[in-house]
Design a protein around this ligand. Sequence first.
Ligand SMILES: Nc1ncnc2c1ncn2[C@@H]1O[C@H](COP(=O)(O)OP(=O)(O)OP(=O)(O)O)[C@@H](O)[C@H]1O
Ligand SMILES: [Mg+2]
Length: 411
Amino acid sequence: MIKPTISVEPVISSEELAQLRKTNIALEGRNYELRETVRQLRLQSAAVESERDQYKREAKKLKGELEQYRTPPLVIGTIEALASGDRVIVRSTTGPQFLSKVSETVNSAELVPGRQCALHPQSFVLVEVLPNKYDTMISGMEVERAPEVNYEDIGGLDRQKILLREAVELPLLKPELFEKVGIEPPKGVLLVGPPGTGKTLLAKAVSHETNAAFIRVVGSELVQKYIGEGARLVRELFALAREKAPAIIFIDEIDAIGSSRSNEAYSAGDHEVNRTLMQLLSELDGFNTRGNVKIIAATNRMDILDQALLRPGRFDRIIEFPLPDEEGRRMILAIHTKKMHLNRTVSLEKIAKETENMNGSELMAICVEAGMNAVRAGRTKISGEDFVQAITAVKQGRNAKLTPIPDGMYS
Ligand SMILES: Nc1ncnc2c1ncn2[C@@H]1O[C@H](COP(=O)(O)OP(=O)(O)OP(=O)(O)O)[C@@H](O)[C@H]1O
Ligand SMILES: [Mg+2]
């Protein structure tokens, strides 16, 4: 059998074919390279884009911050009353009263007289009602971390401790006892006595040992620059106490607002102090139900206090803090030397005998001074001689304070 054969002449020569194959391989390589470049560029572009976004955000933030620096601060005020329409009467803390429009963003339920608010500095539009119900000054007065003073840290004053607890803690803890007997428990307690006899110290101990909320204020803090501000603070002080009840309000150095009102002509400043005092009197009277709130006040100038403060129903318990007697002095010395290393020769009894008429803070000063004497001499134990020197030093310091100023010194 004969097979027919067809001979085909190749169109391209084998060299040409080899050439084409080579070109093809080169093109494929190039293609691959280009694809790779595209991929790289895409990646780069994504990175650049995200960087751009980041810069945009940063620019926006900086712009916002710049805007904040440009806007003037808002004026703080207190809402006094609601007027007709969307207007309120506001007293700004700088003094004057305004009839202000209320911004639409403010929730009208929050417009309550007595609340603090923020006013736009130019138009005095009320733009915000502040979240804190009370003046920041008042809310800062609540003692959250009571000072570490226990009743044991107070030397002597046993009777004063009992009287104070009876008048303050008992009515708060066992009100039913007073109900059964049918009497009103004492409202306010006044601690009086010479300086440095432990009045503030005992109040600190009460705040430490009681479970009631303790609100502490110094009389001078209630003396304010603008008319009516002091009275407002007193009102808020009692409002806060009622809210936190059972609560104890401690007014230290009450003579700053409670000194007697005289008929002599007095300055506008005196008027403002009097207004504050009158508000205090009215709060003490409990025109607003007082709830479970007790008041302790302290002063070393009972002689200048207004008689109205002292009448029954207000500060009806007066607890006197006398200068410590010999036994009292020994106990105070024992408390203040508790952590000191004393020589066996030191006799607290003897020191107590030699410190007639000295108060608690002077006795503490003697202990510190005696310790300093030992430190100066490079000792860690304190000797009787250190105490003798300390007593002389403290006595001298006291006399120096009492020497009258020589004539002509200030002329
Ligand atoms: N009975 C005491 N026991 C222990 N330390 C006392 C006693 N009395 C006073 N001191 C010391 O004296 C310091 C001053 O006392 P405190 O502040 O209570 O005086 P005060 O009666 O409030 O005086 P002022 O009327 O001047 O305010 C206290 O920090 C305490 O170290
Ligand atoms: Mg005091």
